[in-house]
Design a protein around this ligand. Structure first.
Ligand code: G3H
Length: 537
């Protein structure tokens, strides 16, 4: 492994193509169709990347407005006004017109690809390759959403007749959506709720995560140009000052939040009419891998390595605990240790890098404490460089002999520690899953179809995706993504997301001659945007 102290280099020596170009010290925000220049207090954006000149903290890449309650309420009012009880220009627009606005947005967004990738690297330490992947996946998600929206509209472009009643059933928007994404996928996961909410005709207030703010600023102009005023509004600042008053106002119809269940619970309680608030939540997880006695070790090592350490383990879908059968535990650990030791730790733009600076300032201390707690209770760090650290760099640690007395057994580490538990009887990992507060996904590794089938049948009622001989993951994005217990509320996928941000609404009439004539005239002369049989090609 390289000397960690040599990884951070002088600022001047960094190739300018990896440096953010336009948003240095940005202080822009978007409210009610206006790109405001902020003159109040600013929040410094401190990168997890240090340069040789930075000592105490990472490099300062910019600033964003430290807004207060007044500005947050102005953003909310703009969204409420743009929705205007469903009479606003945006919710009242035809689906085809909304799709055209979204197309315009995505074209403008594509122009910002390089700058957004650079900001992803500097704000959250994501590798260049993964930053581009996040960007491209998001563009793909928007294009797929447009197609799914067309399909949904086409299937609603007909009348249904039953028991003498004829009706047209469509999906209508819900109102004002408050969108908040997580720091690990600040673009992608924010957009997996924001885009479907938008295209369904809702209006938006969105707050970027506490890390990963600047990378959204190159898109503010695209939001402004592509959508009517007030349809998308941004707020920044401390949750207590900007989110609590918005929730307490009771004017938020949908809360789309990806983060911790603790914060989600607080936010939901702040709303004065909980039954009116719809929630779409992506929350905590502690996905286990269960490696059976007959598992193909190379596959198990490859997939658990990727599953635990992609983006330094900072994925909600990451494998966060590994259960391995005692007969193969030693060989598995040896192979896994070799694979981990071969990983390259370095700066996000280095070729072949997989371990990069950790986004959260307190994370290396937290991980070190977690390892110390486990070691003091009988665990051992398997790989020679496991847990070595310098500033924001932390080399992944594999822990063996993990048991239920240790914090790492139940806590979601969200970082590069791989806890390994040895089992004799498969009921041990199954009981772990049953007793867990989380229920997102699980992975099984093995060859015996009988045993795998038995595990599948138990696990499908505990988690929402069972991966066989593969790591846990969200994608492909057309697959449903959800969880049980403290892991999620609502289901997201390209098509499911259109459903969660809308409600089925119908127009019905008794099939008398007069009513048929009225409906025919409305449809023939295109008098209504809802009661309409237009087919979008
Ligand atoms: O952090 C959660 C992300 O949705 C994970 O997505 O599994 O496709 O990397 P992914």
């Amino acid at each position: 492994m390289k000397d960690l102290k040599k990884i951070f280099v002088p600022y001047e020596s960094i190739d300018s193509k990896f440096l953010p170009q336009t948003t240095k010290f940005t202080s822009k925000y978007l409210i009610n169709g206006k790109l405001g220049e902020w003159h109040g207090d600013l929040h410094q954006v401190i990168s997890p990347i240090f340069t040789a000149e930075d000592d105490e903290h990472g490099h300062i890449v910019g600033t964003y407005p430290k807004m207060g309650t007044k500005e947050a309420m102005a953003a909310l009012d703009a969204a409420v006004q743009a929705y205007n009880h469903g009479y606003g220009e945006w919710p009242a627009m035809s689906v085809a017109e909304r799709i055209n606005c979204m197309r315009k947005f995505v074209l403008m967004m594509k122009e910002q690809r390089d700058e957004i990738a650079r900001l992803l690297m500097w704000e959250i330490g994501k590798s260049l390759q993964d930053s581009y992947k996040e960007f491209d996946r998001t563009v793909g998600y928007i294009n797929d959403t447009i197609e799914a929206m067309k399909d949904l509209d086409r299937s609603s472009s007909r009348f249904t007749i039953s028991e003498g009643i004829l009706a047209q059933i469509r999906r209508a928007p819900l109102g004002v959506v408050l969108c908040m994404g997580p720091f690990n996928y600040p673009l992608n996961e924010t957009f997996t709720t924001l885009i479907p909410a938008l295209i369904m005709g809702n209006t938006i207030v969105f707050k970027p995560p506490k890390l990963g703010v600047l990378l959204l600023t190159p898109l503010l102009n695209a939001f402004r140009e592509a959508f009517p005023a007030g349809v998308v509004n941004t707020i920044y600042g401390r949750g207590k000052e900007v989110i609590t008053p918005i929730m307490e106002s009771g004017k938020v119809d949908v809360l789309a939040f990806i983060g911790s269940s603790k914060v989600a619970d607080v936010l939901k309680k702040e709303h004065p009419h909980p039954h009116r608030l719809k929630c779409v939540l992506g929350l905590d997880a502690k996905n286990p891998a269960i490696i059976l006695k007959d598992a193909d070790l190379d596959t198990a090592v490859k997939e658990t390595l990727l599953g635990s350490l992609s983006f330094n383990g900072q994925r909600c879908t990451a494998l966060k605990i590994i259960f391995v059968h005692e007969d193969i535990a030693e060989s598995y650990l040896q192979k896994l240790s070799e694979a981990v030791e071969n990983l390259t730790i370095g700066l996000p733009w280095e070729d072949g890098v997989s371990i990069t600076p950790l986004a959260e300032a307190g994370k290396p201390d937290y991980l070190t404490e977690m390892i110390a707690d486990a070691v003091s209770k009988g665990a051992t760090v398997v790989n020679p460089n496991g847990g070595k650290r310098y500033k924001s760099l932390f080399f992944p640690a594999i822990l063996k002999n993990v048991n239920e007395t240790m914090a790492v057994f139940r806590e979601e580490q969200f970082g590069p520690i791989i806890p390994v538990v040895t089992f004799k009887d498969v009921d041990e990992p199954l009981n772990y899953v049953i007793g867990s507060n989380y229920g997102q996904q699980a992975s099984i590794f093995g060859k015996d179809s009988q045993q795998i089938a038995h595990l599948i049948d138990i696990l499908v009622n505990q988690v929402c995706r069972v991966n066989v001989n593969a790591q846990c993951q969200r994608g492909p994005d057309i697959f449903p993504f959800t969880g049980r217990k403290d892991s999620a509320e609502g289901t997201l996928s390209v098509s499911d997301a259109l459903r969660v941000f809308s409600i089925r609404t119908l127009v019905a009439t008794k099939g008398t001659d007069l009513n048929k004539e009225i409906f025919t005239e409305i449809v023939k002369d295109n008098k209504s945007k809802f009661l309409n049989t237009d087919f979008i090609f």
